[in-house]
Design a protein. Structure first.
Length: 317
């Protein structure tokens, strides 16, 4: 046999012995190639894992989105199940303890919003539909989650880099809907994007008509959770567009119903669908041109308050 072979050395470790047919340059090239591959793997590990974790741990300067994502704790379905159990617990603090733990492990606030709170709310809704828990239990759990969202708000909004107001948006649920967690979360993302946001749920139809007639809104956002409310939503959208001070006001809708069947948006008279809170600012911005088409400049800036102004009117009818 020609080429290289392994031979035992005096120290017990094998050494490479070249046979008569092997070429020294070929062996050197192979060794060099393997060394290069190992160095590349090491460099990727340092760049994508070690450095982001060190920077996150020690807060040394800004971390790029890509590096932050590499260092972030990924939230899974197991986390959702554990968190749902925590917020259903008789211990009012268990949910907050769980969130603090995953944040300490590297999860981002945005991930907690989208990958923990949002799917947990959907899970609670499914449990209610399947008679695995009652209305009171769901309401208590969602109330705890809403408090957590408010507690995290300051950290979440501190990530904003916007200095100028974008526009005015009104967010609400259709009358008859009970829970406000989803629209408050959407409001957080819009506020961070630079919007002036008024969020509340649920207002009566007369309240909404009065508000849009007296104040300027570029976009109105509705959250709908049940198919039985679609006829009410269709009626409300039509009347709000007729009564609005902004004759070009745009309507954005969200909720699992529209994710499952996007054609429902056209049926109720909406202009766009926001599939989740992260997407809402992009969708809202895409509606601005239509919302201000043909309007004088004075109207385009009407009602824009200071960036960061966030009003909530949580009122139960």
């Amino acid at each position: 046999m020609t080429g290289a072979s392994l031979q035992p050395a005096a120290n017990g470790f094998p050494t490479v012995t070249r046979g008569p047919g092997s070429h020294p340059d070929a062996m050197d090239h192979l060794t060099s190639q393997r060394r290069s591959e190992r160095l590349e793997r090491l460099e990727r590990t340092i760049q994508n894992e070690l450095v982001p974790r060190l920077m996150t741990s020690h807060r040394v300067g800004p971390v790029s989105p890509a590096m932050a994502a590499a260092a972030a704790r990924v939230l899974s379905e197991d986390d959702v199940q554990a968190f749902v159990a925590a917020v259903r617990s008789p211990d009012d603090s268990r949910g907050a303890q769980y969130v603090r733990a995953v944040l300490a492990e590297g999860a981002t606030v945005e991930a907690v919003y989208l990958d923990l709170l949002a799917p947990s709310a959907r899970r609670l809704g499914d449990m209610w539909d399947n008679d695995e828990c009652d209305f009171v239990e769901v309401t208590v759990a969602l109330g705890r989650m809403q408090r957590l969202l408010r507690d995290l708000s300051q950290v979440f909004l501190a990530e904003s880099g916007h200095a100028e107001p974008v526009g005015n948006v009104l967010l609400t649920c259709v009358p008859g809907e009970q829970h406000t967690l989803g629209i408050i979360m959407v409001g957080e993302f819009l506020l961070r994007d630079g919007w002036r946001v008024l969020v509340g749920a649920p207002w009566t139809e007369s309240d909404l008509l009065s508000m849009v007639a007296t104040e300027w809104y570029d976009v109105i956002g509705f959250s709908v959770g049940t198919e039985s409310r679609l006829s009410v939503l269709r009626r409300d959208i039509r009347r709000l567009k007729q009564a609005s001070r902004n004759t070009n006001v745009q309507v954005m809708v969200g909720g699992q119903l529209f994710a499952d069947d996007p054609s429902l948006a056209d049926q109720v008279g909406a202009n766009a669908i926001a599939s989740d809170a992260r997407q809402a600012p992009t969708i809202a911005r895409s509606l601005l041109t239509a919302a201000r088409a043909g309007l004088p400049e004075a109207h385009r800036t009407e009602g824009l308050g200071e960036y960061g102004q966030f009003r909530e009117a949580l009122r139960r009818e």
